[in-house]
Write a protein that binds this ligand. Structure first.
Ligand SMILES: Cc1ncc(C[n+]2csc(CCOP(=O)(O)OP(=O)(O)O)c2C)c(N)n1
Length: 356
């Protein structure tokens, strides 16, 4: 039976600690709940991909600790005074932390016309929210890194303290786009506030990081551009929270770039194309954090179970709702495209015979 996990009593004097850094109990519970919701959402979407309710799945199980901490610290809003976000396809936990309902992720997975990110036309995890400065996610990896200095330059010109956040995986950093981002963010006298995040799971689909990169850590490349950088254990929410806070403070106040490399897990392989099978030999950030919360007495077992139950109910309700909603039709093909009229005039498309 569902209990109201939002009203769990939290002892305000408790905290979770990593080294000298700590997070208060209330913040820990907020982070834990979002991490659980993100994992349950992704696991339900993996089930959709295997059951015929949907097709391709890609997402972020294993990145929840870092991504929730990132989402909770974003200055959310529309326009240059707020943060711009150029994400990759593993950012569902950031989006939930920003306030996206599970239903909107499920709608994209189910390719419904109600999907607010792409009207059912893009892959799952390809978010786009104009009101929150979430720039459309690209399937072509790394192009987001070349776009990021553009929004950051505009933010610098507009003054204020908005910054640009760009995320991607470790393999993608081999693309020239990653270097372009460092060059354009760090031009002497023209530095711009880009927070470059690399979530390093040590894989590029099936290629191990160690077989491609001689440098020990991605952050090693920052030094040659004079970019401040840090590597953090992205499986630890306490360490992640503080590293993100430091990096954001640098970008907001100095108006300079920062490179933050978060070491994370990849708990269900690359995507449904590689089977989406649970990895047993990688750290599970939720299990690890839960253990710390239980041992500190911040949550007890019934409380963690109630959080998981509530998340599962939410995910089931989202899937049930999305499956009832309409799919896009042929008449929708040219809606929300940049230049439908010109393209249509030059290359007229015959839609007769296609299913409505
Ligand atoms: C330009 C480009 N090349 C190749 C691909 C195919 N591809 C999709 S994801 C991926 C691996 C990316 O690995 P990484 O950047 O480490 O991110 P991860 O998926 O591990 O989070 C590749 C090669 C692509 N989408 N775009």
């Amino acid at each position: 039976m569902r209990r109201d996990s939002d009203r769990l009593p939290v002892n305000g004097s408790l905290a979770v600690q990593t080294g000298d850094e700590s997070l208060a109990a209330e913040r820990c519970v907020e982070i834990y709940r979002l991490m659980v919701r993100a994992r349950v959402l992704e696991e339900r979407m993996i089930k959709m991909s295997k059951s015929g309710e949907a097709y391709f799945w890609v997402g972020g199980p294993g990145e929840e600790a870092f991504n929730v901490c990132l989402g909770l610290q974003v200055k959310k809003g529309q326009g240059p005074q707020y943060d711009y976000m150029h994400f990759h396809y593993r950012s569902s936990a950031v989006m939930l932390a920003l306030g996206m309902p599970m239903l909107d992720a499920v709608r994209q997975m189910a390719m419904t016309a109600t999907d607010p990110h792409s009207m059912g036309r893009n892959f799952v995890g390809h978010f786009a929210v104009k009101e929150w400065n979430v720039v459309p996610v690209s399937s072509v990896i790394e192009v987001q890194y070349t776009m990021a200095p553009g929004t950051a330059l505009m933010q610098k010109r507009c003054e204020g303290n908005g910054l640009t956040i760009v995320t991607g995986g470790d393999a993608g950093t081999a693309e020239g786009d990653f270097t372009s981002c460092m060059i354009w963010s760090a031009r002497p006298g023209n530095e711009v506030p880009v927070l470059m995040v690399v979530t390093n799971n040590q894989w590029g689909i099936s290629t191990p990081l160690a077989s491609q990169h001689a440098e020990h850590h991605v952050v090693a490349r920052a030094e040659s551009f004079g970019i401040k950088a840090e590597t953090v254990d992205g499986n630890d929410p306490v360490a992640s929270w503080h590293a993100i806070e430091r990096a954001m403070k640098h970008c907001r106040t100095r108006r300079h770039p920062f490179l933050l490399e978060a070491m994370v897990s990849r708990l269900y392989g690359h995507s449904s194309s590689s089977g989406a099978v649970r990895a047993k030999d990688e750290v599970d950030c939720i299990a690890a954090f839960e253990k710390r919360l239980l041992s500190k007495g911040i949550l007890d077992r019934p409380a963690t179970e109630s959080i998981v139950d509530a998340a599962r109910e939410e995910a089931e309700a989202a899937v049930a709702q999305a499956m009832k909603e309409p799919r896009p039709t042929v008449d929708d093909v040219l809606k929300h495209t940049y230049a439908p009229s010109e393209v249509d005039a030059v290359y007229p498309v015959d839609y007769t015979g296609l299913p409505k």
